[in-house]
Ligand binder design. Structure first.
Ligand code: SAM
Length: 295
């Protein structure tokens, strides 16, 4: 309301200024419109209002066309946006979407047997965003010396079943945005070339300096390397790199595998930022520099 009134008062003030330049004084304008000079001054300074009949008269004098204001633009999506995140234990990747009001569904076998992506049935709600982080154990380059053994023992086939289950859901759901992530390795042999690669430290600048990480062994601002590939249909997130404080985590077994596979939060925010417009989210602001993240 206030913004509309300020806008209108400002327009009148500009019209009065123009009229003055063409020789019509403010006193004359007020006389012609039947308005007290002090009332007009208060209106232009957004300190008082004007009755509609006086506004009409003023518009006539100033030769303005008074049109009703257009309805305010609503940035709220018409229906709830649904984000489905497959093979996701931590829930980090879809967190910014959830914070922006989207419905988030996490599917991870560790959340219970019914959360097996291979048997997962098409959800009732349409899916707008589909995120997939299938296990990398049998594809990551770090395990390359075991690939033959993994193939002969059937592990590769099992892991591929999970990847294909994710892609099956992409085909069925036809989301507006989808992405599948896996560290560098041999997955391109099975599903083709990826669209981009990143290291977590590429997006560390999205995180406040003092924000605690998911685990004490994860460096703050995701300042570590773990080269990861992304496949899908998405806008590439803009990088805000920080200097890594440790070597590649891909070869490092000092932290538990579960911790090392947590989706880096800086990347999750950058991905949301780059893709939110595809589902009609335009107005969800990121916390400004140094502010704690809301999740
Ligand atoms: C590489 S981790 C990804 C973790 C994820 N980035 C996160 O932040 O939690 C792979 C995940 O896939 C899950 N997973 C393995 N087999 C699955 C299956 N059949 N259905 C659903 N999830 C599965 C594992 O429990 C694990 O959490």
């Amino acid at each position: 309301m206030t913004t509309q009134r300020i806008g209108f008062s400002e327009q009148i003030r500009q019209a009065v200024d123009l009229a003055k330049k063409s020789g019509l004084s403010q006193k004359k304008i007020c006389e012609k419109a039947g308005i007290d000079q002090a009332t007009l001054s208060r209106f232009m300074a957004v300190k008082g209002g004007l009755m509609p009949d006086k506004l009409d008269a003023l518009a006539d004098v100033l030769r303005l066309c008074v049109k009703p204001a257009p309805p305010p633009v609503s940035y709220k999506p018409r229906r709830e946006i649904h984000v489905l995140s497959l093979c996701d234990l931590s829930g980090n990747w879809p967190k910014p979407w959830g914070k922006a009001g989207c419905k988030v569904t996490l599917v991870d076998i560790k959340h219970g047997k019914e959360n097996d992506v291979v048997r997962y049935q098409l959800p009732k709600d349409p899916v707008d965003v589909l995120l997939c982080a299938p296990p990398c154990t049998d594809f990551a380059v770090t395990g390359s010396r075991y690939w033959t053994e993994k193939d002969s023992k059937g592990h590769t086939r099992e892991s591929l079943t999970i990847v294909y289950a994710c892609l099956r859901l992409v085909m069925m759901c036809k989301p507006k945005v989808w992405a599948l992530e896996n560290p560098v390795g041999r997955l391109p042999r099975y599903i083709g070339p990826h669209q981009m690669t990143f290291n977590p430290c590429d997006f560390g600048g999205y995180l406040p300096k003092y924000q605690k990480t998911d685990h004490p062994c994860i460096p703050r601002m995701d300042a570590y390397r773990k080269k990861t590939c992304l496949w899908g249909d998405f806008e590439k997130p803009a990088k805000k790199p920080v200097r890594p404080v440790k070597g590649s985590w891909i070869n490092d077994n000092t932290a538990d595998k579960e911790i090392r596979s947590i989706t880096p939060m800086g990347f999750a925010i950058a991905f949301f930022e780059a893709n939110k417009h595809r589902v009609g989210i335009f107005d969800y602001p990121l916390p400004s520099d140094g502010e704690e993240l809301p999740f």
